[in-house]
Design a protein around this ligand. Structure first.
Ligand code: SF4
Ligand code: SF4
Ligand code: FES
Length: 542
C-alpha cells in the first residue's frame, strides 16, 4: 500500500483512499452514496446541511461525512443503518417544512437534489401544515444578473452559490442576508451576479432556487438526450455535456474533469451552440459557366474537386487550409491530401481571441484562441502560420498562378471566415481559379466558392481536439447530420480516395489508428482506449 493511502470500510465494502479524503468522496469509491447538499468537492467544507450524517464505529454520535477525514487505516462506517436513516428522514422533513411543492412548474424537476433525496431518504408524509410555510413574497423570480434568476422560496440555504463566488470566481457578489428562518441569499447592494462564470452557480445549486436565463422553461430535462462533448468556444477545451432534443441543442453543461476544467465552464461557452442556428449547407453545389451556383450530387462534387485540385497541382498551385475547429482526424486527412498534391501551401489557422480563464485546483485553465484545435491540426501536420498576415501570405502564395485551386476547410461563422472576412482578403482569394469550401454554414466564403461540400457540425460528428494544455481529448457524436450531409472525415476520405484509391481507413477510429502508427506522440493509443479525461501530450515549443 502506498504510504499516502489508507483503508476504510463503508457498509462492509473496504476501499483504499488517499489519506485526508472525506467520507462523502470515499463512499463514492466504495459504490455507496452518502446524501449531501452543502458539500461540493471543489468548494470549502462547511458541514451545515447535516444531510451526510453517518455512523462511525467507536464514536458516540452520528458524524457528518463531509467533515470527517480518513487519516488512518481501519475506520468502519455505516450508512445502511436505522439510526442513519432516521437522521436522513429527519433532515428531509426539516428541509421540506418550508419548501414549496412546485415540482410540476419548477425547472429543476427531474434533476433536483431535493426531489431525488425525498424519494430515496425522505418519508411519504409531512407533519407540518401547508398554511404555515414560510415564503418570500415577491422574491419568486429575481434576476441576480444577466444569466441567473433566483426563486428564494426554493432555496435550502446550502451556501454553495455564495462559496462559489468567493472561492472560485473570486468576485464575491453573493451573500446571506437576514437571520434564522428569514435568512436569504442575494447580491450585495449595487452589485449584480455578472462574472464570466456566473451560470456555474445554477449547476451547483442542488435545487431549483437558481435557474439559467438561457435555459429556463426551454425544455423538460427528462426529454433531453445527453452526450459527452467538448466546448469549441476557445482552445481551453472545457469538457461539457451536450444536451439536445431530437437534434436541437438546448444547453451545454460543464462535465467534471479534474485535469482540465474541474466542474466549470464559462458563460460564453454555454452560448456557442447558438452558432448552429446559422443557415445550413444541405447539399453539394457548384458554380456553372454563367456564375450561378447549382445543386449537384456528392459524386459530381468530389469528381469536380479532384479534377480542380489535380489540375492546379499539375499546372499551377494548390492551397489547403484547415480551420481551427477541424478535428485532429480531419486535419490529418487534409495533410494527407496536401501530401498527395505535393503542395507546400498548407496550414491550419491560429486566431487569437479574448482570454478566458477557468480557475481550477490545478492552477487554472486558459483559453486564448478562438481556434479550438489549432494544436491538433499542428499535431496532424498542418502548421498554423503565427499571424493572420502570415496566413494571408500563405494563401497569396497558393493563388499566385494561372491555374490555382484552394481548398478551405471552413468552420462557419465562428471559424475560418473571421480571419478572412475582410473584403481585401476575400478579393485576394478570388484570384484562385477554383475555390472549394467544405463547411456547414452559409458564409462569405461559400458566397465566393466555386464548389461547396456540406459537412456535419461539431455536434453531429466525433473525434479529438487538442487543447491549450496540449491535452488530446475525444468527444462523441450527439446526433446524426441531416440527410445529404456527410461528416468531415467521410467527405475527406471519399476525396482522398480519388487520389489514393487504395486508402483504406474509413471511420474516425480508423484515421486515429493511422495517426497513432505514424505520430510518435500518439504511439500505442487507440481512440476507444483514450481515457475520458484525455491524454497529456508533450508540450511543443511555441
Ligand atoms: S440558491 Fe441554491 S446554491 Fe444558493 S444557497 Fe440556496 S440552495 Fe444553495
Ligand atoms: S473557457 Fe473556452 S472552452 Fe471553456 S467553456 Fe469557455 S469558451 Fe468554452
Ligand atoms: S454535506 Fe455534510 S453537512 Fe452538508
Amino acid at each position: 500500500m502506498s504510504k499516502n493511502m489508507v483503508s476504510v470500510t463503508i457498509d462492509g465494502r473496504t476501499v483504499e483512499v488517499e489519506a485526508g479524503s472525506n467520507l462523502v468522496d470515499a463512499s463514492l469509491k466504495a459504490g455507496v452514496q452518502i446524501p449531501h447538499y452543502c458539500y461540493h468537492p471543489k468548494l470549502s467544507v462547511v458541514g451545515q446541511c447535516r444531510m451526510c450524517l453517518v455512523k462511525i464505529e467507536g464514536m458516540p454520535n452520528l458524524q457528518t461525512g463531509c467533515t470527517t477525514q480518513i487519516m488512518k487505516d481501519g475506520m468502519e462506517v455505516r450508512i445502511d443503518d436505522d439510526e442513519v436513516r432516521a437522521a436522513q428522514e429527519g433532515m428531509m422533513e426539516f428541509l421540506l417544512i418550508n419548501h414549496p411543492l412546485d415540482c410540476p412548474i419548477c425547472d429543476q424537476a427531474g434533476e433536483c437534489g431535493l426531489q431525488d433525496y425525498s424519494f430515496k431518504h425522505g418519508q411519504a408524509f409531512s407533519r407540518f401544515s401547508y398554511e404555515d410555510k414560510r415564503t418570500y413574497p415577491g422574491k419568486e423570480r429575481i434576476p441576480l444578473g444577466p444569466n441567473v434568476v433566483l426563486n428564494m422560496n426554493r432555496c435550502i440555504q446550502c451556501t454553495r452559490c455564495v462559496r462559489f463566488t468567493e472561492e472560485i470566481s473570486g468576485t464575491g457578489e453573493l451573500g446571506f442576508f437576514q437571520r434564522g428562518s428569514r435568512a436569504e441569499i442575494g447580491v450585495f447592494p449595487g452589485n449584480e451576479l455578472d462574472n464570466p462564470l456566473s451560470t456555474c452557480v445554477v449547476d451547483i445549486c442542488p435545487v431549483g432556487a437558481l435557474t439559467s436565463t438561457q435555459f429556463r422553461f426551454a425544455e423538460r430535462v427528462w426529454y433531453l438526450d445527453k452526450k459527452p462533448s467538448l466546448c469549441t468556444g476557445c482552445d481551453a477545451g472545457c469538457n461539457i455535456t451536450l444536451e439536445h432534443r431530437r437534434g436541437k441543442i438546448q444547453r451545454y453543461k460543464p462535465r467534471a474533469n479534474d485535469e482540465v476544467n474541474d466542474h466549470w465552464m464559462c458563460d460564453f461557452g454555454r452560448t456557442t451552440f447558438q452558432a448552429y442556428d446559422e443557415p445550413r449547407l444541405s447539399t453539394p453545389k457548384r458554380r456553372n459557366g454563367r456564375g450561378e451556383i447549382r445543386t449537384i450530387t456528392w459524386d459530381e462534387a468530389l469528381t469536380s474537386i479532384h479534377h480542380s485540385l489535380a489540375h492546379g497541382a499539375a499546372m499551377g498551385t494548390v492551397g489547403i487550409l484547415a480551420r481551427g475547429a477541424a478535428t485532429t482526424e480531419e486535419a490529418y486527412l487534409l495533410k494527407l491530401l496536401a501530401d498527395s498534391l505535393e503542395t507546400p501551401h498548407r496550414g491550419g489557422l491560429r486566431e487569437p481571441g479574448p482570454e478566458r480563464l477557468i480557475p481550477t485546483s490545478n492552477g487554472g485553465l486558459v483559453g486564448s484562441e478562438i481556434t479550438p484545435n489549432r494544436r491538433g491540426a499542428e499535431l496532424a501536420g498542418l502548421e498554423a502560420p503565427s499571424s493572420a498576415e502570415r496566413t494571408a501570405k500563405m494563401l497569396a502564395g497558393a493563388v499566385n498562378g494561372a491555374h490555382s485551386a484552394l481548398l478551405l476547410f471552413d468552420g462557419g461563422r465562428a471559424g475560418l471566415d473571421n480571419a478572412l472576412r475582410s473584403p481585401a482578403a476575400l478579393e485576394g482569394l478570388r484570384k484562385a481559379e477554383t475555390i472549394v469550401v467544405v463547411g456547414w454554414a452559409t458564409t462569405e466564403l461559400t458566397e465566393i466558392a466555386d464548389i461547396v461540400l456540406p459537412i456535419a457540425t461539431h455536434a453531429e460528428t466525433e473525434g479529438t481536439l487538442v487543447n491549450s494544455q496540449n491535452r488530446i481529448q475525444k468527444f462523441e457524436r450527439a446526433f446524426p447530420p441531416p440527410a445529404g450531409v456527410r461528416t468531415g472525415v467521410e467527405a475527406l476520405v471519399d476525396l482522398l480516395r480519388k487520389f489514393r484509391p487504395d486508402f483504406a481507413p474509413k471511420t474516425v477510429a480508423d484515421v486515429f489508428g493511422l495517426m497513432a502508427t505514424e505520430l510518435s506522440a500518439l504511439e500505442d493509443v487507440s481512440l476507444t482506449e483514450l481515457p475520458a479525461s484525455g491524454i497529456q501530450l508533450p508540450v511543443r515549443p511555441q
